[in-house]
Design a binder for this molecule. Structure first.
Ligand SMILES: Nc1ncnc2c1ncn2[C@@H]1O[C@H](COP(=O)(O)OP(=O)(O)OP(=O)(O)O)[C@@H](O)[C@H]1O
Ligand SMILES: [Mg+2]
Length: 235
């Protein structure tokens, strides 16, 4: 469904991503692991169309989308949850969710149905429906940005470090919810520092190191053969 071939991302002279190839089949959850600075976020932003590939190709269902804009990628069914959890702080939870469903605003019944599903999945969001998003806790903001992404009814969800800086109990809730989304048939690319948790929900994983793929395989293989501690010490 999603296929990257020899993709490079550069920031001026810095080659952050040095020719990586990876794919995600329909319904697969693919984890992208690696130390700080390995190039995970750059890879994800390149898929989302927010960064241009300096080389290589990105294909979606066989179609070349390498030069697509971020807006075109959203219309192509790719939703992105960034590391920075950008909620609109002055808008309420409900208004933030409405922005997520903007591209399918003519489908009112479908949107209402998905909204109810999200509130069932995240009761905390339902309770805080009319509250400004800026006043939510970090974990609640993470739930909100994931729910907002889902309301665009994507075919592929790109998640960048959803557990970063959250309390263990909230991390468990987020991962439980990622499992629910996966079982619903959504294709997910998950960037995570928490390798053990990511591998527990992933089908396959890629390990990035210095802008390259250092290892890839089933989640079980990567869990068994990769020193996950060393990974995050830059090893
Ligand atoms: N806007 C930028 N300008 C210059 N260099 C950048 C920029 N963004 C990222 N880089 C560099 O590109 C490399 C890869 O960064 P990236 O954010 O993709 O890594 P990452 O794997 O997501 O790391 P982390 O786990 O810390 O989020 C790093 O060396 C980083 O310093
Ligand atoms: Mg990152």
């Amino acid at each position: 469904m999603l296929e990257l071939t020899d993709v490079e991302v550069r920031y001026g002279a810095i080659r952050a991503v040095r020719g990586i190839s990876l794919k995600a089949e329909k319904g697969e959850l693919v984890a992208l692991l690696g130390a700080n600075g390995a190039g995970k976020t750059s890879t994800l932003m390149c898929i989302a169309g927010a960064l241009k590939a300096a080389a290589g190709t990105i294909r979606l269902d066989g179609r070349d989308v390498t030069s697509a804009t971020p807006e075109a990628m959203v219309r192509n069914g790719v939703a992105t949850v960034t590391e920075t959890r950008d909620v609109f702080p002055d808008l309420t939870v409900a208004e933030n969710l409405t922005l997520g469903s903007y591209i399918r605003r003519s489908d009112r019944a479908g949107v209402a149905e998905d909204r109810e599903k999200m509130f069932a999945l995240f009761p905390r969001l339902a309770e805080r429906y009319g509250q400004p998003a800026g006043t939510l806790s970090g974990g609640e903001q993470q739930m909100l940005v994931i729910a907002r992404a889902i309301l665009s009814r994507p075919r592929i969800l790109l998640l960048d470090e959803p557990s970063l800086g959250l309390a263990p109990v909230i991390v468990d809730q987020i991962f439980e919810m990622i499992g629910v989304l996966k079982r619903s048939g959504l294709t997910i690319v998950l960037v995570e520092q928490n390798a053990a948790k990511a591998l527990a929900v992933a089908d396959r994983a890629y390990v990035m190191r210095l802008g390259r793929i250092a290892a890839s395989g089933s989640a079980a293989e990567i869990g068994a053969t990769t020193d996950l501690g060393a990974l995050y010490l830059g090893g």
